[in-house]
Write a protein that binds this ligand. Structure first.
Ligand SMILES: NC(=O)NCCC[C@H](N)C(=O)O
Length: 412
């Protein structure tokens, strides 16, 4: 029997009931200047302060009635069975680009030596420095003559952006195939959680996308505008082909969604995901990066006659008109990040000024540093929960990026 409502997300703004976070761990202390580019960071956060900020974020959520669960706990609980744990470790090692067989054996031995699954999961996330495994240098010629690269297994510093590796859509999950190797490794945790965690394993959670697919899609591009309309950014991180695959999967199931809108957005870092430039803060209000007001090209994807077919239409319209048309609202208000001032907009956008997490209609969590945009949101009647933001923001993601809703109340 399928369990009811273990996942339920039919909007961006319905009251948040349960959310998945990852408390930044020592993976942040394994970031080096040489690695930043490949691991998608622009600076190195100070872990102690990043954790304080993250705990403040979690407290805001808990104080507002949200159940907060952590990726690292769910992953550890999912592998309680030794056979599953063994399989998980093998898969992790296979994806960690470890060159020699002997070194893979040493890494496995090392991971299995941790006394709890939680400690082992933390270590997988943190990465393994060379000096942690003694004698690895004697394992093969490649290892003996290799460069001074300091890791046997790379850290995964982007894990605190839980929005991206998988995304809850309706009653199912888009288990994403990420654009980059570093972020794709993160999706393994979700695979094990949805297959083996006691909360989810018997729930027959439908997968709208699978990490084994060969085109990319990331959760920051997946926005649920209503129980009828999903918006997906075709961006630096998400391919058009993935949006079509996901739409077909959703339409084949008995979900209420009627249309998937593929937003063609600029393929550059400041526009990394759709939620970098655009989040929903109330029934009829959105905070946006002024540069996506449009005219924008949007492809609407609807069910065809045959469940496997879709009908795709291309339109070029202003963002405001697109939202009014598809959400059937007379007047949508777009609140411009930085108030449209070029300097404020550029700075606050860079620090995720329009990446807000709605915890209820008209109520959002925002970064303290984006005070120009925050003031504007307040002037539009939005209730703000302001979190500290000097360190977490260095990873180029805001409150929406740092949270994956598992359950939201349905809107009336
Ligand atoms: N949804 C988001 O925009 N997530 C932020 C991800 C930031 C991370 N450093 C990345 O480049 O993937």
């Amino acid at each position: 029997m399928a369990k009811e409502n273990v996942l339920n997300v039919y909007s961006e703004i319905g009251r948040l009931k349960k959310v998945l976070l990852h408390r930044p761990g020592k993976e942040i202390e394994n970031l080096t200047p040489d690695l930043m580019d490949r691991l998608l960071f622009d600076d190195i956060p100070y872990l102690e302060v990043a954790r304080q900020e993250h705990d403040a974020f979690a407290d805001i959520l808990r104080n507002n009635g949200v159940e907060v669960v952590y990726l690292e706990d769910l992953a550890a609980e999912a592998i309680a069975d030794d056979k599953i744990k063994n399989q998980f470790v093998d898969e992790f090692i296979k994806e960690a680009s470890i060159q020699s067989e002997k070194k893979r054996e040493l890494v496995k031995e090392y991971l299995l030596s941790f006394s709890t699954n939680r400690e082992m999961v933390d270590k997988m996330m943190e990465g393994i420095r060379k000096e942690e495994i003694k004698d690895y240098k004697k394992t093969s010629l490649a290892d003996m003559i290799e460069s001074d690269y300091p890791f046997i297994v790379d850290p995964m510093p982007n894990l605190y952006f839980t929005r991206d590796p998988f995304a809850t859509i309706g009653g199912g999950v888009s288990l994403n195939h990420m654009r980059t190797v570093t972020r794709n490794r993160e999706t393994l945790f979700a695979k094990y959680i949805f297959n083996y965690h006691p909360e989810y394993k018997d729930a027959n959670v439908p997968l709208w996308y699978d990490r084994t697919e060969d085109t990319a899609i990331e959760g920051g591009d997946e926005l649920i505008l209503s129980d009828k309309v999903i918006a997906i950014g075709v961006s630096e991180r998400t391919d058009g082909a993935s949006v079509e695959k996901l739409a077909k999967k959703i339409f084949e199931k008995d979900e209420k969604f009627e249309v998937v809108l593929a937003f063609d957005i600029p393929k550059k870092r400041a526009f990394m995901h759709l939620d970098t430039v655009f989040t929903m803060v109330d029934y009829d209000k959105f905070t946006i990066h002024p540069e996506i007001e449009g005219p924008l090209t949007v492809y609407s994807i609807r069910k065809g006659e045959n469940p496997k077919d879709v009908i795709i239409e291309k339109e070029t319209m202003e963002l405001k008109n697109i939202l009014e048309k598809y959400l059937e609202i007379d007047n949508v208000t777009l609140i411009r990040c930085g108030g449209g001032n070029m300097i404020d907009a550029g700075r606050e956008q860079w620090n995720d000024g329009s990446n807000t997490l709605a915890i209820a209609p008209g109520e959002v969590v925002v970064y303290s540093r984006n005070h120009v945009t925050n003031k504007l949101l307040e002037e539009h009647g939005i209730k703000l929960h302001i979190m500290p933001s000097s360190e977490l923001s260095r990873g180029r993601g805001g409150p929406r990026c740092m949270s994956m809703p598992l359950v939201r109340e349905n809107l009336r």
